[in-house]
Design a protein around this ligand. Sequence first.
Ligand SMILES: N=CN[C@@H](CCC(=O)O)C(=O)O
Ligand SMILES: [Zn+2]
Length: 419
Amino acid sequence: MYADLLIHSAQMMATLKGFSTGPACGNAMSEIGLIEDGAVAIREGMIVAVGTTAEVQAGGWVGPETRQISARNRVVTPGFVDPHTHVLYAGSRENELSLKIKGVPYLEILKQGGGILSTVRSTKQATDEEIKAQTGRRLQTMLSLGTTTVEVKSGYGLTTEEEIRSLRLIKELGSEQVLDLVPTFMGAHAVPPGYSEEEFTNYIIEDMLPKIAAEGLAEFCDVFCEPGVFSVRSSERILAKARQLNLKLKIHADELAASAGGTELAAKMGVISAEHLLQASDEGISGLAKQGVIAVLLPATSFNLAKNSYARARTMIGAGVPVALATDSNPGSSPTESMPLVITLACLYLRLSPEEALTAATINAAHAIGRADQVGSLEVGKQGDVLILDIPNLNYLPYHFGSNPVGVVIKRGKVVWEF
Ligand SMILES: N=CN[C@@H](CCC(=O)O)C(=O)O
Ligand SMILES: [Zn+2]
């Protein structure tokens, strides 16, 4: 039995091994399982051997039919996992840039009917084909930047019918695209005109959630818990109903307003992951650590909101909270598809080391979306999702920002993108 593909002679290979059953916390976030002169062999889409080039070659995996790719002078890592995106939508919001430059706050734009509500309108007006074509292009860009698994939220529908349409389109794209897509229901993304927050919360609980759960369209349920959007009380009611319906839980918590209680709710509900967390309190952070909640940090959003405010990642890591990174790709607060950019911002502004950032963008991100048994590290039995980065060492990844460091993307053992 020979491998279909052998990647060999990597200057350095970061395997991220050893964290498949639980995310890396504290000092362990720096343990990236380095192998010099590394090699990985893949058969039928799955990893069958990992080690030094000599070890893998001695394992008898290389036959006449095995395709061999040299990673000499390059760095090999698992494919990036992007655990927080709003990438399914139609339209764009570059018109809001001038408002932002003038200092109009994000939630003020939303209150005036722009922001998320503007994307709700453009998505509703678009045909299924238009939404899929626009989203497909973004997914293709993600793939070229090294993302091989991505979480995608609904939330630009805000009616039962439109939310179900979005989740069905995510499912269709998942079966047509190279990337693996993980669907999250986020009907609680904004309160549309004509509803009070309480009325819309009731609508989500009584109508949206039961129908979406019955169709099996989402794995996770997420809520934008923020004063002026969904209160802690409404968020708790929505998440409790979602849990009853066997959905796993996520929460956008304490992004904009000072310590509003979202982080504490995340800990109380024992969600899988809490996202943003710019304003999380010390008590909230220790609650996350106690409950093993993963902090999904989104430094591209902080950067793009241009308020010079970033999550306290060092405090979180010090407290033992497992940290993951994501793009938050969306048309308003983070119009980017780039995990390499997120890694640079995480190093410079969250003060993560390159090793911690890589852990956060691979195995910890995989845990945040319930996929750590399949992706996020280079270990025997996992999917053959591998990147060959055109860089001489790991420091170079955050260092050289704004260009694409990805040389080759391999998804389930197939070369799917090459520079
Ligand atoms: N904060 C709420 N939702 C998104 C933004 C979505 C949008 O602006 O369209 C976020 O995570 O940043
Ligand atoms: Zn988000």
